[in-house]
Ligand binder design. Structure first.
Ligand code: GDP
Ligand code: IMO
Ligand code: MG
Length: 420
């Protein structure tokens, strides 16, 4: 059995898409299992930049299947745009995208609710405004519309009307925003059904059959472990389980089918949106990382908050996921930063192992490392790296508590190599 899950260990944008693309050539099927169009996975291949929101990054490899599994939420219009963008970039997607029948559809009213809630009074989350929270809320409230529901006209109408009755009450009385007409929504659902029907698949049986016949499967995590609804920095989280346990629940397969787990972390930390970020640097270092690392959201274009690697939070994520190994990305961005720091404790009130979900008033304690000045973007093995850079990597392994498998030194598909 060859299955591997790639999971973000920080607050998202760790470079998962780039790593998936690097590995996907060796796998038959790549699967997204949670999240939705809030994800922005960037791949730079053969001089072209692709940003994927719903479609698994394995799509860029000819002949490979990309499965959007049931644990995700799907914005059909955004998917159609994504497909059109790939096709116009010369990537043929025909017959290679499959969608689980149980995927929940992101409706226009979900996006409107997301925006209204963000613009309303009270604490903001800084969401991507892609309707993710309201769609997952409907899923749990049993008010959601699944892909399979688009094909049953009577029940679709009943379900949309029931769901809209509540939403329109909120739009009218709480938010003062336009209401949605059930007829318009149902008409839209029918056009989606026409285009999506051929892509539908029963995810659990499809994957079980694939794995038992020897096909290999790569599971593509979205967001990051610290954005997990239950185990992240709640309430500043996304609305899905982002850790490895979501592979099984999002695909309807046994967790015994999830072979290895690789956790991806940047050589520093970023976060987009509100919420705690103990190692954030609002000064020159943060600015350097943002500029050199191009740290602007792939989905919303927002500047990402930047700071030092947080070994407390990253170790917590390694433990949460049971990560077998680490992928360290964007090491090249640290060139010229001297000294480099890693947070090893949240201060007197919480040592190593403290719960990073509550670090609102922590005093991070750092260890300091000498930096390097050399351009490392053409390194293709550890022996090409300066000594100080190698020591930094060794310290990451020790402080985060997992061996490094892969090291990434640039956005391009070729700028990655194994540690040993
Ligand atoms: P994801 O959401 O985890 O897939 O990450 P994003 O695509 O949102 O953000 C990562 C950004 O860093 C993208 O623009 C990538 O092209 C870029 N990137 C990935 N790995 C590296 C790397 O090792 N070095 C540099 N300089 N850029 C990288
Ligand atoms: P990828 O897959 C970084 C963040 C948002 C916000 C919070 C909730 O590219 O790593 P949501 O729209 O999900 O309700 O927003 O989660 N967020 C991400 N941050 N990378 C992502 O995905 C993210 N997806 C959501 O910025 O703070
Ligand atoms: Mg991203």
């Amino acid at each position: 059995m060859k299955t591997l899950a790639i999971i973000g260990l920080q607050w998202g944008d760790e470079g998962k898409g780039k790593i998936i693309d690097h590995l996907a050539g060796e796998f038959d099927i790549t699967v997204r299992f949670q999240g939705g169009g809030n994800a922005g996975h960037t791949v730079v291949a053969e001089g072209k930049k692709h940003v994927l929101h719903h479609i698994p990054s394995g799509i860029l490899h000819a002949g490979k299947t990309a499965l959007i599994a049931d644990g995700t939420v799907l914005d059909a219009e955004a998917l159609f745009t994504e497909i059109a963008d790939l096709e116009s970039a010369g990537v043929s997607t025909g017959g290679r995208i499959r969608i689980g029948w149980g995927v929940h559809m992101v409706m226009p009213y979900h996006k409107a609710l997301d925006a209204a809630s963000e613009d309303g009074a009270g604490e903001k989350i800084g969401t991507t405004r892609r309707g993710i929270g309201p769609c997952y809320a409907d899923r749990k409230a049993r008010l959601g519309i699944r892909l399979k529901d688009l094909f049953d006209r009577d029940s679709l109408a009943r379900r949309v009307e029931k769901s809209l009755a509540e939403k329109n009450c909120l739009f009218k009385n709480l938010y003062g925003r336009p209401e949605f007409g059930a007829g318009d929504i149902i008409g839209m659902c029918r056009t989606w059904a026409d285009r999506l029907g051929d892509m539908g698949v029963d995810t659990p049986s499809y994957l079980r059959a694939a794995i038992s016949s020897g096909r290999s499967v790569l599971f593509e995590g979205a967001q990051g472990s610290l954005l997990d609804t239950d185990w992240g920095t709640y309430p500043f989280v996304t609305s899905s389980t982002t850790s490895a346990s979501a592979v099984a629940s999002g695909c309807g397969i046994s967790m015994k089918l999830v072979g290895r787990i690789m956790g991806v972390a940047k050589a520093y930390t970023t976060r987009v949106g509100e919420g705690p970020f103990p190692t954030e640097d609002k000064g020159a270092v943060g600015e350097h990382l943002r500029r050199r690392g191009g740290e602007f959201g792939a989905t919303t274009g927002r500047p990402r908050r930047c700071g030092w690697l947080d070994a407390v939070a990253t170790r917590y994520a390694v433990d949460l996921n049971g990560a077998d190994s680490l992928v360290v990305t964007k090491l090249d961005v640290l060139t010229g930063v001297d000294p480099i720091k890693i947070c090893i404790s949240y201060g007197p009130s919480g040592g190593m192992g403290a719960d990073p979900r509550i670090p609102r008033r922590v005093v991070p304690e750092y260890v300091t490392f000498p930096g390097w000045k050399e351009d490392i973007s053409s390194a293709r093995s550890v022996s090409d790296l300066p000594g100080t850079c190698r020591s930094y990597l060794d310290s990451i392994e020790r402080l985060v508590g997992a061996p490094i498998g892969l090291i990434s030194v640039g956005p391009d598909r070729r700028q990655v190599f194994e540690k040993d």
